[in-house]
Write a protein that binds this ligand. Structure first.
Ligand code: SF4
Ligand code: SF4
Length: 380
């Protein structure tokens, strides 16, 4: 099977979804473009080439940042760029075309190396089918605007099998894959990965550290990793786990600062897959974390915009998880203060009117309404 990512390509991709911000507004209106440029330059100077953006990332500013920090400053054959079409942003073929043209303008490229239909699952698959998006994308490829076509996926393995059977023209799949979700029945990382292997589709990994969850692990897991390799970061274990799967050709990391960039590029420059002993440690870590994470939210924020009560759902879940992971006997914990500050400008957890909009869009299929009740009982 031809490796469409290149035989010698380094397996770390710069995910442009959590770019550094200039202010602490909580909005992505102000990307720190100067820092982004430095991070892009460092990434390329270390021999990495893959960049991943999307129409909706950073409140629709990520593609512009890719144009400014990457494309206008580096040789076109020195990097590859991936972006995506999300079915939530068009309702007819003209609107879809307009998005594609705007993406070319924003990113300042003549073609995309990789183009994905964004966030496939049962509902979105229907819409992409209804508008003939697979055929549309294949036409873009024929016309030279796209080099390789794929999709990102958040649903059950069974449906993935069906989609890849119905669309053998797809060249790669982007999956949520990390050691915590590997055996999860809700996310089905392993099962989805195995479906891709069955269909000979290379995998790009998103959420290797599960939105930061696997870089902020409970102290027992941190100890486990640090005792084995004191110099390695906790996050490195998660990224190396994903990159160690033989059919994984690229692991995306949404790097938001230079420290993260230097850490990731350091151990991924000459990547060595995890050995048996290290895989065993990962299993132990998974068991410990699974017994301590209450709400496995990845902080993708897809649920936030549509909430009629303006509830910062992922932030509340993160606070709730953090509260439960505090070790006993610590005394003061800061989470309640953060909650109260957020609630001054947003809806409180118990403001939820249970409309269910958020649950329809959540790629992790979380029972958000039920979880908000837990949050409310803890902090309100
Ligand atoms: S169910 Fe609650 S949290 Fe979800 S969108 Fe509706 S009001 Fe917001
Ligand atoms: S609740 Fe679901 S949609 Fe909302 S941020 Fe968490 S994982 Fe994303």
């Amino acid at each position: 099977m031809e490796n469409i990512f290149g035989e010698n390509t380094k397996r770390l991709g710069f995910g442009l979804m959590r770019l550094p911000e200039l202010s602490e507004s909580g909005k992505f209106g102000k990307i720190d473009i100067e820092l982004t440029k430095k991070m892009v330059d460092h990434f390329i100077s270390e021999g990495f080439t893959y960049f991943d953006t999307a129409w909706m990332y950073c409140e629709s500013k990520s593609e512009d940042a890719a144009g400014e920090a990457l494309v206008s400053r580096h040789k076109r054959d020195g990097f590859t760029l991936a972006t995506k079409l999300h079915c939530g942003f068009f309702n007819n073929e003209e609107e879809r075309e307009k998005i594609f043209e705007t993406q070319l303008e924003k990113t300042r490229v003549d073609y995309f190396d990789y183009y994905l239909l964004h966030d496939l699952g049962e509902d979105h698959y229907k819409k992409y089918q209804k508008f003939g998006c697979f055929e549309w994308l294949a036409d873009k490829k024929k016309a030279g605007y796209v080099r390789h076509m794929g999709f990102s996926y958040h649903d059950r393995a069974e449906l993935l099998d069906r989609i890849l059977t119905e669309h053998p023209e797809v060249e790669f799949v982007q999956l949520q894959l990390n050691y915590l979700d590997w055996e999860s029945e809700a996310i089905q990382s392993r099962k989805c990965y195995e479906v891709c292997v069955k269909h000979s589709k290379p995998v790009i990994v998103m959420e290797p550290v599960k939105g930061g969850t696997l870089s902020n692990v409970v102290p027992a897991v941190e100890r486990l990793f640090k005792e084995h390799s004191p110099e390695m970061s906790v996050a490195s274990w998660a990224i190396r786990f994903a990159a160690s799967q033989p059919n994984v050709k690229m692991v995306l990391s949404g790097m938001g600062n230079m420290a993260m960039m230097k850490d990731n590029t350091g151990y991924m420059k000459d990547f060595v897959p995890l050995n048996e002993e290290e895989m065993e440690l990962i299993k132990q870590a998974t068991n410990i974390i699974n017994s301590s994470i209450a709400i496995p939210c990845t902080a993708c924020e897809y649920c936030v915009d549509g909430c009629p009560k303006n509830i910062p759902i992922p932030k509340y879940f993160s606070l709730y998880n953090a509260e439960l992971q505090e070790y006993e006997g610590k005394g003061f914990t800061p989470q309640k203060e953060y909650y109260d500050r957020l609630a001054e400008t947003h809806g409180r957890a118990d403001d939820c009117i249970e409309c269910g909009k958020c649950e329809k869009i959540c790629p992790q299929h979380l029972p958000i309404r039920k979880n908000l009740k837990l949050v409310a009982s803890k902090f309100s």
